[in-house]
Design a protein around this ligand. Structure first.
Ligand code: ADP
Ligand code: MG
Length: 728
């Protein structure tokens, strides 16, 4: 669902909202943390510029937030003799016995030698050579830190961090020194990890506890035994033990997600309050009659839960904007229908929009069947509806005798006017844009409730963030008795036996899909692949014994439709197609899905395609064909597909493999850029932060209770600071 909210905008809403509640503005300009970095003792304008340019450190606060990526135990010093080919970072103490610039032009470099009595370590610099040479003192003892390698059989360190060795320093016990991300250039300019540590230490000398004020309510801190914010910042840089570091990290991760969730909750709350919506006061006869007498099966618990959520939403007088995620086949349609009955019980009309005509037709047929004994009218309106029929529908919508309208998205583009539209279902699409929503608003005095349904599962952690300001339901349960689809991997050498298998299934009266990757419909190569594939399939399955449908994006719409219809109606045995059939098509008699070059597809697409089979009473099969050589990631995807049918598990894996920014539907969501929190690995922290954020916001939405004041102050101060872009 696309509430294209820019974060600045959403932050602003949240902040304005809070400001309006209370005029207590705090002047944060006095905060020392906003001091420009050049004013930190030991920085100055030149190093200040370097820090800005190379590390984006502009203020004291930026330095405070430049976290170490690891710590080294400073008391742990190795001998040069300890260095092996697989030694990683190491710290040694030795005397600089040689230093010489050699080579010319681009080959020019500085080489040195360090000796510690156990061996000789070769040192090398390729950048800022003059500067380094000038600053090192031949013959002095140095504490040297860096990543080692073995070059020409000799241990070597490139661009090491060099610090004059002062024996007194070594007294500290169990002292962990932070190692910061830096650049070669900065290292060479004496702004490597060690120097950043020194600057950070300096910063802490200048900071007082009040400069890093708490932003998590006291009782939350207490319940979770979290470190204070001030302590956490100090300990993430300078812990005295690995455990302490973990606690500091954990606190800051919690904070990061907690603040984000509080913000989203406030926006959601604000939207609920400001958006007027139609009121569904009662559950009436239509709903009850259908539920008790015509519902063909028992609802799953997930379906019941979602219905309850919708019932609650629509009984408040505010507009519902709900995204319903349910795996392929989880039974979203019946939830939509029951909601539409609820609308009818309260005197409102509903419409359901599908992305394609084929799907609209299927909904119309399916819903019509379910409603056939109910005193309710349902019609379909698409681009191909004849003028006369169209006029009749328009009239029936206006006089209120038509209760349910099924159609494509063109439905809202059309000049259609309703008497009293109260409920809109958008199927198989999670982007339902602002513009479309605005059109809906024009169709009714009070905006109708919107239920957007999608079968592309995204992991919960991602959804919490990407859709955190919307109402969001999940159906993570399939109706009982489904036969799991058996998925196997075959390489292309086995194609003949795969075709043989299709022949067997077709012989039993089943139908099969064979899908080709035509990623870009205009792409010539894959188009030729498809045609070649088609010819090949034809030679395996000659007419007139077998009939084949082919559908791809280059066909005119009516040809596509005809070919599709023939397969849907069981007139053809095999459907050769590109991914145009991906979404929603329901042919229960199809039992085989063959995906050619399946290594080229993403996980969610593979899962969607597979969802085209396994819809009937027969056992179904998905065969993933690949070439013989498949990349490691490709193999991983195939493995996941063979191992599970669970869309949410697949989505989790997808998140692991590709990262949050690449998951369908969240691509543009900058809201996913967390600094510390990983949406893959920190699920527990995320869940708990979300729960607490909701608890805080629901019990004290104005954040005016004493324990929530620090949080409110923090949000005010943060106004406009974060750079989220779009919430999908
Ligand atoms: P999707 O969530 O993919 O849109 P559908 O709504 O098309 O799924 O439902 C898939 C199939 O499952 C339909 O044939 C539907 O009748 C059936 N179905 C839905 N809910 C249940 C249930 N609770 N028990 C048994 N079958 C169900
Ligand atoms: Mg569906």
């Amino acid at each position: 669902m696309c509430l294209a909210v820019t974060d600045n905008h959403s932050c602003l809403i949240a902040t304005l909202y809070i400001c309006n509640q209370n005029k207590l503005a705090i002047n944060y300009s006095e905060n020392i943390l906003s001091t420009p970095i050049e004013f930190l003792k030991g920085v100055g304008p030149i190093r200040g510029d370097l820090l800005k340019k190379d590390l984006n450190i502009y203020t004291f606060e930026d330095l405070l937030g430049h976290f170490p990526f690891r710590h080294i135990d400073k008391t742990k010093v190795n001998s040069i003799a300890d260095i092996h080919t697989d030694t990683d970072f190491i710290q040694v103490i030795g005397r600089l016995t040689h230093l010489e610039a050699i080579g010319e032009g681009r080959g020019r470099r500085l080489v040195g030698q360090l000796q510690d009595g156990t061996g000789v370590l070769e040192l090398a610099w390729f950048q800022s050579i003059n500067w380094v040479e000038k600053n090192l003192v031949l013959g002095s003892r140095y504490l040297v830190y860096g990543r080692t390698g073995v070059f020409n059989n000799k241990p070597q360190m490139v661009h090491p961090e060099m610090e004059l060795f002062v024996p007194a320093q070594q007294g500290a016990k169990n002292f962990l020194e932070p190692v910061y991300p830096s650049t070669e250039k900065l290292k060479a300019r004496n702004l490597g990890g060690r120097q950043l540590a020194a600057l950070t230490k300096q910063l802490f000398l200048q900071l007082k506890q009040k400069d890093i004020p708490e932003n998590i309510p006291r009782d939350v801190l207490g319940a979770l035994r979290l470190m204070s914010r001030c302590e956490a910042y100090e300990k993430i840089h300078f812990p005295t033990s690995p455990e302490e570091y973990e606690r500091a990290l954990n606190r800051l991760k919690f904070e990061e997600f907690f603040i984000a969730q509080v913000r989203l909750s406030l926006i959601r709350l604000q939207r609920h309050k400001s958006s007027k919506g139609v009121l569904f006061e009662k559950v009436g006869d239509h709903f009850n009659d259908f539920y008790n007498n015509h519902l063909p099966f028992e609802l799953t618990n997930a379906q019941k839960r979602v219905l309850k959520e919708i019932r609650q939403d629509t009984a408040r007088g505010h507009q519902m904007n709900r995204l319903l995620q349910g795996d392929v086949g989880s039974g979203k349609t019946i939830v939509a229908l029951l909601s539409m009955l609820l609308a009818a019980d309260n005197g409102y009309q509903s419409c359901i929009m599908a992305p394609t005509e084929i799907l609209a037709q299927q909904h119309y047929t399916g819903l019509g069947e379910l409603l056939k004994e109910m005193p309710l009218n349902i019609r379909i309106l698409t681009g191909s509806t004849k003028a006369k029929e169209r006029r009749a529908i328009h009239a029936a919508l206006l006089d209120g005798s038509l209760h349910f309208l099924v159609g494509t998205h063109a439905l809202i583009e059309d000049t259609v006017q309703f008497k009293n539209l109260g409920f809109v279902v958008v199927d198989e699409q999670h982007r339902f844009g602002v513009a479309q929503r605005a059109k809906l608003r024009d169709k009714a005095a009070v905006p109708p409730h919107i239920l957007v349904m999608t079968a592309t599962p995204i992991p919960r952690t991602l959804a919490m963030t990407a859709y955190g300001d919307l109402d969001y339901s999940v159906m993570d349960e399939l109706p009982p008795g489904r036969k799991p689809i058996l998925t196997v991997h075959r390489d292309e050498m086995a194609r003949a036996s795969v075709m043989e298998f299709i022949r067997e299934e077709v012989g039993k009266g089943r139908q099969a899909y064979i899908i080709y990757p035509l990623i870009d419909e205009s792409e010539k190569v894959s188009y030729e692949d498809l045609m070649q594939g088609y010819e090949q399939v034809k030679s395996f399955f000659p007419e007139p014994t077998y009939l084949i449908s082919m559908v791809h994006g280059r066909q005119p719409a009516d040809m596509k439709q005809t070919n599709m219809d023939r397969f849907v109606n069981g007139e053809t045995n095999i459907m050769v197609s590109t991914t145009v059939i991906e979404v929603g098509v329901n042919v229960p008699n199809a039992s085989v899905m063959v995906i050619e070059s399946s290594e080229k597809f993403g996980l969610s697409q593979l899962h969607q395609l597979r969802g085209r089979v396994g819809r009937g009473s027969e056992k179904s099969f998905c065969i993933l064909l690949t070439s013989q050589k498949v990349s490691k990631e490709g193999r991983e995807r195939i493995k996941v597909m063979c191992a599970t049918n669970d869309g949410f598990k697949i989505a989790e894996k997808d998140l692991e493999l590709r990262g949050p920014g690449d998951i369908e539907g969240t691509r543009q969501s900058g809201a996913l850029n967390f600094k510390l929190v990983s949406l893959v690995n920190d699920r527990q922290v995320l869940e708990s932060a979300k729960q607490w954020a909701e608890e805080v916001v629901t019990t004290d939405e104005k954040l005016e209770m004493a324990e929530n004041l620090p949080l409110r102050n923090f949000l005010q101060q943060q106004k406009g600071k974060t750079g989220w872009s779009k919430i999908a």
